[in-house]
Design a protein around this ligand. Structure first.
Ligand SMILES: Cc1cc2nc3c(=O)[nH]c(=O)nc-3n(C[C@H](O)[C@H](O)[C@H](O)COP(=O)(O)O)c2cc1C
Length: 302
């Protein structure tokens, strides 16, 4: 057995294969059908201070090698999450990362204070990169001044590991990541979805009600890989790779350029066992190649 465990931002994870926000529900939905304790960490659906119903449908469309979504952060609100979901989640034996969004700075602050108090939330992932909301979301990620202010305000409110999930949409990703790190981020998660659109030619209308959404899946993998490589070479905090990872080969690409962990997103909709299969294949790969530990492969192309 190879050593798959990784330490990121002061927490030890049993393996570096996590599931990405918004693609694995609150973490409980699949607990009776798949062994979720084999996953390195579950990043929750995006949580906000108040419950959100999200955007009107249609809000999903498949594209070549990808998916466009415009869910708009539908969720039950962080208070209800902590009261009703977290107690059961804690029993699953898997690390929990709370993904937090807000319309305004104060929304983020209030939600982070609740996450900070909640026993069972191991780390906070601040989503400053959602393309599917009118207020907040990506606007923070795209404005380095606002971002640094937001992250430093959040930093003052939590001692928990703080990851910031950034957007590659129309920004200099290095400036954006540096602003997050200057504000006090302990790690960067990259990337969130890329803006995209689809037209229903027969109906002569936009397929998605809100016209555009966020593109995810294998279509964005090469972009995500470039972003991760660029960040690993530019900043001093761990980078967590996300974007179109659906196989061992895809995960290894991210590890080789220096990602300290990866998150599986859209692939969960194709097969919710993807992350667990990758964990087992990663173990076999490391064993077969005599690596012994995941540490021996991370950043070999750095
Ligand atoms: C349906 C759907 C919902 C998502 N919801 C969130 C969310 O609430 N918060 C967040 O930070 N990212 C969210 N994402 C983005 C994913 O976590 C991930 O960053 C992105 O999809 C790229 O990874 P992938 O190509 O493996 O899906 C969502 C993605 C999808 C497809």
């Amino acid at each position: 057995m190879a050593d798959l465990s990784v330490e990121i931002t002061g927490i030890r994870f049993k393996n570096p294969i996590f599931v990405a926000s918004g693609t694995f529900g609150y973490g409980l939905e699949l607990k009776d059908s798949i062994p979720v304790d084999k996953i390195g960490a579950i990043v929750t659906k995006g949580l906000t201070i108040n419950p959100k119903i999200g955007n009107p449908p249609p809000r999903l469309v498949e594209t070549p090698c990808g998916l466009i979504n415009s869910i708009g952060l539908e969720n039950i609100g962080i208070r209800e999450f902590v009261e009703k979901k977290l107690p059961d989640l804690k029993k699953l034996g898997v690390r929990i990362v709370a993904n937090i969004s807000g319309d305004s700075e104060w929304d983020y602050f209030e939600a982070v204070e609740i996450a900070d108090d909640a026993d069972g939330i191991d780390a906070i992932e601040l989503n400053v990169s959602c393309p599917n909301v009118e207020k907040g979301g990506m606007e923070f990620g795209r404005n380095v001044k606002m971002l640094e202010e937001l992250v430093s305000g959040v930093r003052r409110r939590t001692g928990k590991p703080l990851w910031v999930k950034i957007t590659p949409n129309f920004v200099d990703i290095v400036d954006e990541a540096r602003a997050a790190v200057n504000g006090g981020a302990d790690a960067i998660s990259a990337i969130n979805t890329l803006l995209g659109m689809h037209v229903d030619v027969q109906k002569k209308s936009f397929t998605i009600k809100r016209k555009f959404g966020g593109l995810s899946g294998p279509a964005i993998r090469p972009i995500a890989l470039y972003v991760v490589w660029k960040l690993v070479n530019s900043i001093d905090v761990p980078v967590i790779g996300i974007g179109g990872i659906d196989s061992l080969d895809a995960a290894l690409q991210f590890f080789m350029v220096g990602a300290r962990a990866v998150q599986i997103g859209t692939a969960n909709f194709v097969d919710p066992l993807t992350s667990i299969k990758i964990v087992s294949e990663l173990n076999d790969y490391l064993d077969k190649n005599g690596y012994g530990s995941i540490q021996n492969i991370v950043g070999i192309l750095h």
